[in-house]
Design a binder for this molecule. Structure first.
Ligand code: UDX
Length: 441
């Protein structure tokens, strides 16, 4: 099929490359000419494992192309996918400006049968508004008679940064929300080659499924973080509790890692947007404010203990490992690690940080308040404490005797329990994790 993907962020690009790998002809459109020029040269503007290589292969096969000119590619489209950003506004609701502007543009150009798919995460009701705007623009362009040829389908994405392409190719499920059975069939066919169960449903159910999935996962994280805080008070180990409950298939082992809480471009935004949506429909979704509050409190608690244990951080050299919101990405949006680094700086600490991939993005946010080290061990030279904020695998490979020699005080505060099983206290470190039952609170 011919697919036109509008928006080349990490969802749009990864999904576009994925559909090209399934054998479709994909045209990726973005208004950012600089981005399109780089993509045209096969350069992916963000770090996402596997995407760069797959893009090169697909460009070689002629299955994918990049353009800023929607008009030049829309005429051939069987399916039009909208994957533009829907960032949160100050009150938490999704900003749909970019999506609506794309809808107007699409409508002004469309003159044939097409299925429009919304990939962007949008509040319930948005797909219908997008379709209405497309049809309205078609009318204004004098093509009122063709509006019934255009249908909309909501196909939310469940891609995790760091494993997005794998998640696309090996999806657990494909949710297809449509009014029109033929349009739903077209989208089912578009995913041929992916053997995941299809959940064919209404547009509203599909829209809400996406928010429900992310809010549930966020709830799981906040839940285990609450258990971790209690574990510290009663002398229990949250890792054992996570295993003990996670082996129950009704609970499952994933998303039970305690730490400084969730971040990223999705969870904080989607949990707030769902709370907002509930409020707009006159429903008080009691769990969500608690999930958000617990998530924020994790950072507060971690930071408070750090400052208390060090007897203040002003003028002290602190090493920070990890700035990305999670490993295997260079994304620092809503990163708990960035937040902690900023708090350290605000209290006058001398912060030396290292992240394997996110340094460039972190530099844009932290500017020169932080010194960036070229390696994990270099970040620790002369440091009075090491703070681990993102669980990059390479941090476990460091030579800890060498690390100890570099530090003024061998103290580790691990915000992700990433090094907890290395028994570093037996090697002369003072080690503090989260919910390991050893923290005096
Ligand atoms: C998430 C969803 O997983 C994905 O399905 C959706 O489409 C987009 O949002 P992503 O934002 O890439 O993906 O990150 P994810 O791997 O889900 O992690 C989110 C945050 O939760 C990270 O900050 C991570 O560190 C944190 N987390 C995750 C925990 O604190 N504990 C856990 O057990 C798991």
């Amino acid at each position: 099929m011919n697919l036109v993907m509008i928006g080349t962020g990490y969802v749009g690009l990864t999904t576009g490359v994925g559909f090209a790998m399934l054998g479709h002809k994909v045209a990726c459109v973005d208004i950012d000419a600089g981005k399109i020029a780089r993509l045209d040269l096969g350069e992916v503007p963000f770090y996402e494992p596997g995407v760069q290589e797959a893009l090169k292969t697909m460009q070689g096969s002629g299955n994918i192309l990049f353009t800023t000119d929607l008009k030049s590619v829309i005429g051939n489209a069987d399916v039009l996918m909208l994957a533009v950003g829907t960032p949160p506004k100050s009150a938490g609701e999704a900003d749909l400006t970019a999506l609506f502007s794309v809808a107007d543009h699409v409508g002004s150009l469309l003159d044939h049968e097409v299925v429009v798919v919304t990939k962007s995460t949008v509040p319930v009701g948005t797909n219908r508004l997008v379709l209405a705007r497309i049809r309205e623009a078609m009318k204004e362009a004098g093509r009122e008679g063709l509006t019934s040829l255009v249908n909309i389908v909501s196909v939310p994405e469940f891609l995790r940064e760091g494993t997005a392409l794998e998640d696309f190719l090996h999806s657990d499920r494909i949710v297809i929300g449509a009014d029109d059975g033929i349009a739903a069939q077209t989208i089912d066919k578009l995913h041929e080659g992916i053997t995941a169960p299809r959940v064919i449903t209404s547009i509203e159910s599909a829209e809400l499924t996406k928010y429900a999935a992310n809010a549930f996962l966020a709830t799981k994280i906040s839940f285990i973080n609450e258990i971790a805080n209690l574990a510290d008070r009663v002398g229990a180990d949250v890792r054992d509790i996570a295993r003990g409950i996670g082996l129950d298939p009704r609970i499952g082992p994933a998303f039970l890692r305690a730490g400084i809480g969730y971040g990223g471009s999705c969870f904080p935004k989607d949990v707030s947007a769902l709370e907002q949506l509930s409020g707009e429909h006159g429903y008080s979704f009691r769990l969500l404010p608690a999930v958000i509050e617990v998530n924020g409190r994790q950072r507060d608690l971690f930071f408070k203990r750090l400052v208390r244990d060090l007897g203040g951080v002003k003028g002290r050299r602190i090493a920070v490992w990890g700035l990305a919101f999670k490993p295997d990405t260079d994304d620092v949006r809503e990163s708990a690690a960035i937040d902690i680094a900023q708090r350290l700086c605000a209290q006058g600490a001398e912060v030396v940080a290292y992240d394997p991939k996110a340094t460039d993005n972190a530099r844009m946010v932290l500017a020169d308040s932080v010194v960036f080290a070229p390696t994990a061990i270099d970040a620790c030279s002369g440091a009075e404490a090491l703070v681990v904020l993102t669980e990059w695998p390479e941090f476990r490979e460091v030579s800890f005797p060498a690390l100890k020699d570099r530090m003024i005080e061998p103290r580790i505060f691990d915000g992700r329990n990433h090094l907890a099983d290395l028994h570093l206290s037996q090697h002369g470190f003072t080690y503090r994790g989260i919910g390991l039952g050893s923290y005096d609170v």
